[in-house]
Design a protein around this ligand. Structure first.
Ligand SMILES: Nc1ncnc2c1ncn2[C@@H]1O[C@H](COP(=O)(O)OP(=O)(O)OP(=O)(O)O)[C@@H](O)[C@H]1O
Ligand SMILES: [Mg+2]
Length: 377
């Protein structure tokens, strides 16, 4: 500790008051500030596992003309000034400065200042994680840390699925529409949209896409439709059977899903119901849900009867929307399924149905060439 001679009064007052003389009363203000900073630094080093680094920060300015260089240096100084830092021009030391700013690990500039670990870490570049893919990459926003664009091709990611999360009115639908336009312009992919709130069809019409209306009175696309003429590793019937199983799972299976016996029965009769059509694929022979229902009704097994009864509401009952032959030609690149008018009981199965038609090949080209993007809501 050192005492500083203070002019008259203060010292006198302090002396008069006797006890409780604090250093801050007698030391000049800036010395007190430095003292506090030194104490905080010591505290960081001792108790927060921080280290002390000597850091030299160089800013390299290059320009085509001298005037531009002067302007750039001035602008850089302005930016630093804003954050309470001063830049010093390294006149006559340009060579050393250039060597120091290259990633060689050489510091030839003698200007250093001490920084703790956390303060130094701010200056270390490459700490942000960037997502910038090339090719058919779509725009997904800006990196909050670096401000760079996020460009991703979802089909090349480990998981291509995506979700828009946000508070009401925060722009989820807007982002989805923006992505649809982006997909439309950037890629060759097909676009399928399930539109439960009737908000996408204006955009689809604008893109000259097709709007398929699914309503209780008219369904224009039938879930049982099968396309036998595409060559792929997988048998179309197996795919279709799998799809109808998931449909039945929703219709028949309660909380536990379908029992193994029921699965086998559905698979067996789905194959049977398509047998005639696959032997002679004429459009008017395409089976509908009712054919499967009738086939199941004829069987004596109790499980078949049980499944048939569960299907009844969708065949002859009030939810028989999907029991018609297809009259929509969904060969357009952009297809929007308008499902607003469907009631609660049908919305779920229509979602599965739409996902199912997304998997069906609809063009002459082989499967895998045209990819699909299914967007919900
Ligand atoms: N990036 C944006 N630029 C301009 N306007 C935007 C942007 N994002 C959203 N909006 C506007 O904000 C409003 C709400 O957006 P949007 O309907 O997409 O929200 P939402 O999250 O889908 O809402 P909800 O949860 O009700 O469905 C719309 O009028 C939309 O035009
Ligand atoms: Mg919305």
């Amino acid at each position: 500790m050192f005492a500083v001679e203070q002019p008259g009064d203060l010292h006198g007052d302090a002396a008069k008051s006797g006890a409780g003389l604090r250093s801050s009363d007698v030391l000049p203000a800036d010395l007190v500030t430095y003292g506090k900073e030194a104490a905080a630094l010591l505290n960081d080093l001792q108790s927060r596992n921080e280290r002390m680094f000597l850091v030299t920060i160089t800013v390299l300015n290059t320009a085509k003309t001298k005037q531009k260089l002067v302007n750039d240096v001035f602008a850089a100084a302005g930016v630093c000034q804003k954050y309470n830092c001063a830049l010093k021009r390294l006149d006559w030391q340009q060579e050393q400065a250039l060597m120091s700013s290259l990633p060689l690990g050489l510091t030839q500039i003698e200007i250093q200042r001490g920084l703790t670990t956390s303060s130094t870490a701010i200056f270390v570049p490459f700490t942000t994680c960037e997502l910038f893919q090339n090719g058919e990459a779509l725009y997904y926003g800006r990196n909050a840390l670096s401000g760079n664009l996020l460009m991703a091709n979802r089909k090349r990611l480990k998981n291509p699925n995506g979700l828009f999360l946000g508070t009401p009115g925060s722009g989820k639908s807007f982002s989805a529409k923006r992505e649809i336009v982006n997909v439309f312009l950037m890629t060759e992919d097909d676009i399928f949209i399930a539109d439960p709130e009737s908000e996408y069809f204006p955009l689809v019409e604008w893109l000259h896409g097709q709007v398929v209306r699914l309503s209780p009175t008219s369904a224009q696309y039938h879930p049982m439709d099968i396309n036998p003429d595409y060559s792929d590793d997988e048998d179309p019937l197996t795919l279709k059977s799998d799809f109808i199983l998931s449909l039945c799972e929703l219709i028949v299976g309660g909380k536990e899903g379908l029992a193994p016996v029921e699965r086998s029965i559905i698979d067996r009769y789905v194959r049977l119901v398509y047998r005639d059509y696959l032997a002679n694929p004429a459009p008017d022979r395409m089976p509908v849900l009712e054919d499967l229902y009738n086939l199941l009704r004829k069987q004596s097994e109790p499980e078949a009867q049980y499944i048939a009864t569960a299907l009844e509401i969708y065949v002859t009952g009030s939810l028989n929307v999907f029991n018609h032959k297809t009259n929509a030609d969904i060969t357009n690149r952009v297809v929007c399924f308008y499902i607003k008018e469907l009631g609660k009981g049908l919305k779920k199965i229509s979602m599965i149905h739409i996902a199912g038609c997304g998997l069906e090949p609809r063009h002459a080209e082989p499967l895998g060439q045209a990819r699909h993007l299914v967007l919900y809501r």
